[in-house]
Design a protein around this ligand. Structure first.
Ligand code: GLA
Length: 434
């Protein structure tokens, strides 16, 4: 296909994997550690550097039209999350990191098998893959940590205020192990998953593109406002505080104590923008222009109490999950499953990032043998991840397939990838011709 598109053959190939987040949802952008693993599904790009300053992109999937632009005038349209914009994010991130305005052009053919809009991070995999393609074409070097940080930052050109989980695991993943990803400074530590149980991904078949709506950014802003109100309540300099983790670190208290402080400082009733302004002593104009992102400026209510409760409790669950994996008591699988179930309940009730289909799917998964089941990724659609004892896997797959997928009203475009067991896969790679 590369040959028929560009009349030449590729000089090298790059792959970057998608991921499944086992536990730790919507807390990376609050500064807290998360526990994902790479999946085997990935983005793969065939590349030929060219002397002209033209970037030509094609996709093996005819749903994604060809795209071409001058490599020294990259424009990323935030209003429409078109596929090639994710490539441009990675490209521009590397270009800016090295302060280069004159980049050589390239011909790229993109191929991928991560179901899009399913919470398995196909978009970040494309950003990371494009970043590594660009670095390779330039003949430059960066560490995986630097690459992950650049790509996390540059994906925000698309307009979403994501954390760094997806890009970090795409670069730092290693086959056979999940990773605890910590931020500031970014690092990844191996987490040995229990033998005797498998993680199964199931797609609810409800598509959710986090760049196409404001759901995601509203949550990021609610956490930001909660952090500021908590900081002010405890007499801290709140002006520069952006993340809930900063409040905990500055106060030097435990996550459990942060949950108590949240109870005291915030109320469960939603906050209007006016009330937020009164609490912080700022004007509506300042709230809109200095704190909120462009697509959240007209949000009528903010649920600060619920979001902070989710974040602090979820951050604690991640640490408990890691500890149980390390200590491996006899009932490891059951304990991990319970934490996953609690995580789902918190996402559903406190963070409100689930949907009826995801709730139904986790119930079905638990009914047919999962010790734990939860939504994974941003939510509002996409996939669930379930922890299933290995000896129950065959019947689990058959029963869940029957109960959830054999209904005519599901959109089964990605049927093959709708329900599958997965193991921790490896990170991004460059394949060069020998
Ligand atoms: C998306 C974002 C991540 C993370 C998850 C939710 O995948 O890109 O940074 O916030 O949602 O956990």
């Amino acid at each position: 296909m590369f040959n028929s598109k560009f009349g030449s053959i590729p000089k090298f190939y790059v792959r970057a994997p998608g991921r499944v987040n086992i536990i730790g949802e919507h807390i990376d952008y609050c500064g807290y550690s998360v526990l994902p693993m790479a999946v085997e599904q990935d983005m793969l790009i065939a590349v030929e550097p060219v002397k002209t300053q033209t970037l030509q992109l094609a996709n093996t999937n005819p749903l994604y039209p060809d795209f071409s632009t001058s490599s020294n005038n990259i424009q990323i349209d935030k209003t429409k999350p078109l596929w090639h914009n994710y490539f441009l994010c990675g490209f521009k991130g590397i270009q800016e990191h090295f302060g280069l305005s004159n980049l050589t052009g390239m011909n790229c053919l993109v191929d991928g098998n991560i179901p899009p809009s399913s919470g398995l991070s196909s978009s970040s995999a494309l950003v990371c893959c494009a970043g590594l393609v660009t670095l390779t074409v330039l003949g430059m070097n960066l560490s995986k940590v630097e690459l992950a940080e650049i790509c996390a930052k540059s994906e925000r050109y698309i307009g979403t205020e994501g954390g760094g989980m997806d890009q970090s695991i795409s670069f730092l993943a290693e086959e056979g192990t999940a990773k605890l990803i910590e931020f500031s400074p970014l690092r990844a530590t191996d987490v040995k998953l229990p033998s005797g149980a498998v993680f199964v991904i199931a797609n609810s078949c409800v598509e959710m593109n986090k760049a196409a709506t404001s759901h995601f950014n509203i949550r990021v802003m609610e956490c930001r406002l909660a952090a500021k109100l908590l900081a002010k309540y405890r007499g801290l300099q709140w002006g520069k505080v952006l993340r809930l983790e900063e409040v905990q670190t500055k106060l030097g208290v435990s996550l459990e104590e942060m949950l108590w402080i949240t109870e005291d400082a915030l109320h469960p009733e939603p906050y209007s923008p006016e009330e937020v302004c009164r609490c912080l002593g700022i004007s509506l104009q300042e709230l809109r222009t200095q704190i909120l992102s462009p697509n959240t400026q007209d949000v009528p209510i903010f649920k600060l109490y619920q979001r902070a409760k989710h974040v602090y409790s979820e951050a604690a669950r991640v640490l408990q999950f890691k500890k149980i994996c390390e200590e491996a008591p006899d009932d490891t699988v059951q304990l991990l499953g319970e934490l996953m179930n609690q995580s789902h309940a918190s996402c559903r009730d406190m963070y409100e990032c689930s949907c009826p289909e995801l709730d139904q799917l986790v119930d079905i998964c638990r009914k047919f043998g999962a010790e734990g089941s939860r939504l994974t990724g941003a939510g509002w659609g996409g996939c669930t991840v379930s922890l299933v004892p290995a000896d129950k896997l065959t019947s689990f797959l058959a029963n869940v397939h029957q109960a959830y997928y054999q209904r005519s009203d599901r959109n089964l475009t990605f049927e093959k990838q709708s329900l599958f067991a997965t193991k921790p896969g490896g990170g991004a790679l460059v394949f060069l011709e020998a």
